[in-house]
Design a binder for this molecule. Structure first.
Ligand code: HGY
Ligand code: MN
Ligand code: MN
Length: 419
């Protein structure tokens, strides 16, 4: 198969993966779901067709291994995630997995072997959609899995531990997913940009310099429910109004209207649940998520501190109880200069102008940075749109991505580690 045929196969595989969703009207594929099981089987098959040995590990990651010139060599690891957000686009995650498999297939078809092994991983949960903690698959692989997350429950009250057992996985075996740093030469992830820079500058690919750190909170405010018609405004302890005041503070603080303006500091409340949720009952409970990110960890942590203090002040003024739980935190991660240089060389060799840019979105590479050097190659996406069905890429850009990634892999020079 030539690169154009591999590109067409990648696009067809992405369309096929997008049909596995819990929601017939949109793409939602969460951790430990029946849809994840079907997609894992599909990807395992594609990995084997590409000449890899393939298996599912103890947390549901799908792993393929293509041996080098001799077996058992340390691996250049490629990959991304196979889970999605709710009502997702079809490229965020799967593009990196399917493109990496296509590159290995190109080597396999020419019986090429390199002086290192290649491993491709489809991580089982990066988005944290079901259990509100992200990077579960890659953290298990990096040996940094937070076992308290096993108690997190989904919106049906099922704990992650029970969901693993129903899926056929044993939570006690997560520990065996961890890799040794000596197993890996580097982790390099191909991913859509999920931002507008490449499209604005008319470039198909970009080299990621760093990945913004993130903090996720789950906030529960408890006031008192009451009759909407009889309780005077002055006597209310309305949890939703308190949440609304907090949410407006988050927007003002992160947009620089309060405190010192910081470039690329972002704050988002993406989920909110109001109880009892009747139009004629004063909300007694409001539960909402907070997602704060910034390129510099100090800016993010300062904003999170200010947000927590604001929630406390609002609640004391409104006689509301609060619970603030930090459900996820990852520091910003820097990509390794030696990998960026090799990605740049591959881009230039393909006749494309190299563009370095940071990532505001989080990626599995952040977790893998705990045990190996990381690099990322961005592919342009239409309007920078992501995390919605409007996410879109072109086959031409995918073909360029495959050409650059394949050249990077073929010409990859492991960094010589001083003893
Ligand atoms: O939320 C993120 O940045 C990523 O898509 N998980
Ligand atoms: Mn995502
Ligand atoms: Mn992603």
């Amino acid at each position: 198969m030539d690169i154009r045929q591999l590109t067409n196969e990648v696009m067809a595989h992405l369309d096929e993966l997008a049909t596995y969703s819990e929601d017939p009207c949109g793409l939602t594929r969460v951790f430990l779901s029946p849809e994840q099981k079907r997609v894992s089987e599909l990807v395992l098959g594609w990995m084997k067709e590409a000449g890899m040995e393939a298996w599912t590990d103890g947390i549901g990651n799908v792993v393929g291994r293509y041996e080098g010139i001799s077996s058992g060599l340390p691996a250049l690891m490629l990959g991304s995630h196979l889970d999605t957000v709710r009502n997702a686009g079809r490229y965020d995650g799967p593009l990196g997995v399917v493109t990496a498999i296509a590159c290995v297939k190109a080597l396999h078809q020419r019986q090429e072997r390199l002086p290192f092994a290649i491993e491709v991983v489809g991580f089982s949960d990066e988005e944290g959609t079901r259990f509100h903690a992200t990077l579960l698959g890659s953290r298990a692989m990096a040996g940094t899995f937070d076992y308290t997350v096993l108690q997190n429950v989904d919106d049906k009250g099922i704990s992650m531990a029970d969901a693993m057992r129903s899926y056929g996985l044993d939570p006690d075996k997560i520990v065996h997913v961890a890799r040794r740093p000596t197993d890996l030469l580097a982790y390099v992830e191909l991913h859509i940009e999920q931002g507008p820079v490449l499209e604005t500058e008319g470039l198909p690919v970009g080299i990621v310099t760093s990945i913004a750190g993130a903090t996720r909170l789950m906030v529960t405010l408890t006031g008192s429910a009451g009759h909407a018609g009889t309780v005077p405004m002055s006597l209310r302890r309305d949890a939703l109004v308190a949440a609304a005041e907090a949410i407006l503070f988050i927007e003002k603080r992160c947009s620089g209207k309060i405190g010192v303006p910081v470039d690329n500091l972002v704050g988002t409340v993406g989920q909110i649940q109001v109880l009892p949720g009747a139009s004629n009952v004063i909300p007694g409970t409001a539960k909402f998520s907070v997602d704060v990110r910034a390129p510099a960890d100090s800016d993010r942590l300062e904003a999170v501190r200010d947000i927590i203090k604001a929630i406390q002040d609002i609640c004391s003024r409104r006689r509301i109880e609060y619970e603030i739980r930090k459900v996820h935190e990852s520091p910003s991660s820097s990509c390794a200069p030696w990998l960026m240089t090799q990605l740049e060389a591959a881009i230039v060799a393909e006749g494309i102008q190299p563009r370095y840019l940071p990532s505001g979105a989080g990626h599995d590479a952040m977790a893998m940075a705990a045990i190996t050097d990381i690099g990322m190659l961005f592919i342009r996406c239409k309007g920078g749109i992501s995390h919605t069905p409007d996410e879109s890429i072109t086959p031409e850009d995918v073909e360029i991505g495959i050409r650059v990634f394949l050249r990077f892999i073929r010409e990859f020079k492991p960094r010589v580690r001083c003893p």
